[in-house]
Design a protein around this ligand. Structure first.
Ligand code: KG4
Ligand code: ZN
Length: 370
């Protein structure tokens, strides 16, 4: 069965063709990073305008790359929310128009559920590549799924997802951010240190040159027993530290904003701050996940969303959970950041549950999961 996935919740216009929820025939993304870079963050009005320009070419690119005609598509899955309203509406309306004209079912997917599906999708792709016959999927659940991106930071206890078991999917929210998302903190810290946008990849790279224990930034821990996250305190601590200790270095850097050659020759003190911030932010994600794992005893940990690309985070989680002998699974970087293959994979499961949407489908900015 061929599914066309469409994703436009934030600043990436994406389309993908996925066969049987596990073979990615194409996964195309039109990134708007260059457009938003000069503003240091996503400008919603510009994002929706560019989605409008990109949606038709990106869907055509996905069909061409997959070498399938529109008519060969069995169903269309689209991100319904959460996200930016103007951005979501472009994908939802285009998917509805396609569903109507091709007479194919429409499947509404929660963007966060899409991120969670990126992990089983990755494992399925690996199985197909390695020609493994026993997928061993059932051994993944119950799982703890951390979704950490520019817009969301949530931890779910996932008893089961659709697709393998007969039971319906079950997501229990065990922790979420009270303020900034983890990726947002990376982006804001990079902005205040004049390192460019998006912050995650540049901080990841520069942190390898610094001492992660050079500066002791306080990690926020909730006073009650909840496993919620908070990242605005770390960001403010970096801001205060930078103002008191790095003002000359940052004034010099401000003039050379975003220049690669300058980033490779920064004062050691900046690399140290970057590495220390990254360690603190990752530690907060890790420690809450570990605390949840102590109580829930999951069979696996799944980490997805753009922040899952972070190399320090991958090592910390893998090494940290090794002691508990709990496997940690990450999608590839292309499946970690926003993409439509994960939306098609989640849509495929919904197809089998016969959870179809009709043409009355509307974008839902605050769509919840769990
Ligand atoms: O999943 P995503 O593409 O979009 C949202 O759903 O938000 O995530 C984008 C976020 C950005 O905040 C970006 O800075 C962060 O993911 N990110 C990273 C890395 N790569 C992307 N954060 C930390 N380390 C990275 N290597
Ligand atoms: Zn996302």
């Amino acid at each position: 069965m061929l599914l066309l996935g469409i994703e436009s919740s934030c600043d990436e216009t994406a389309a993908a063709v996925v066969e049987d929820g596990k073979r990615i025939l194409s996964n195309c993304v039109a990134s708007q990073i260059e457009i938003h870079r000069k503003y240091g963050g996503v400008v919603p009005e510009l994002a929706s305008r560019h989605h409008l320009e990109n949606i038709v070419p990106i869907v055509n690119a996905a069909l061409n790359e997959a070498r399938v005609e529109k008519e060969a598509i069995d169903a269309i899955a689209v991100t319904q929310g959460p996200g930016l309203v103007g951005s979501l509406l472009v994908g939802v309306n285009y998917a509805k128009a396609l569903s109507y004209s091709l007479k194919r079912p429409l499947l509404a997917v929660n963007h966060i559920e899409g991120h969670i599906y990126s992990v089983p999708l990755q494992l399925a792709c690996d199985e197909v590549k390695n020609q493994t016959t026993d997928p061993g999927w059932d051994l993944l659940f119950p799982a703890l799924a951390l979704v950490a991106s520019g817009g969301h930071t949530s931890l779910f206890f996932v008893k089961q997802i659709y697709g393998r078991a007969k039971e319906p999917a079950s997501y229990e929210l065990v922790g979420r951010t009270r303020d900034d998302a983890a990726g947002e903190a990376f982006d804001k810290v990079a902005k205040l240190l004049h390192l460019g946008y998006p912050g995650g990849p540049v901080i990841d790279r520069l942190a390898t040159r610094g001492d992660p224990f050079a500066v002791d930034f306080p990690a926020t821990r909730m006073s009650n027993s909840k496993l919620d996250f908070s990242f605005s305190g770390i960001k403010t601590a970096v801001l205060r530290y930078a103002k008191s200790n790095l003002s000359n270095e940052l004034n010099a850097l401000a003039v050379h904003r975003n220049k690669q050659d300058v980033l490779d020759h920064l004062p050691q003190s900046i690399y140290d701050v970057v590495a220390s911030f990254q360690r603190t932010a990752v530690e907060s994600l890790f420690s809450n996940t570990m605390r949840a794992a102590e109580v829930r005893q999951p069979r696996s940990i799944m980490v997805s969303g753009g922040v899952a690309c972070n190399t320090y985070l991958r090592t910390r989680f893998r090494e940290g959970f090794q002691k508990k002998q709990t496997p940690v699974h990450f999608p590839s970087p292309a499946l970690s950041t926003d993409n439509a293959a994960m939306i098609a994979a989640a849509g495929n499961a919904k197809f089998h549950q016969r959870e179809f949407s009709d043409l009355g489908l509307n974008a839902d900015v605050n769509l919840r999961l769990g």
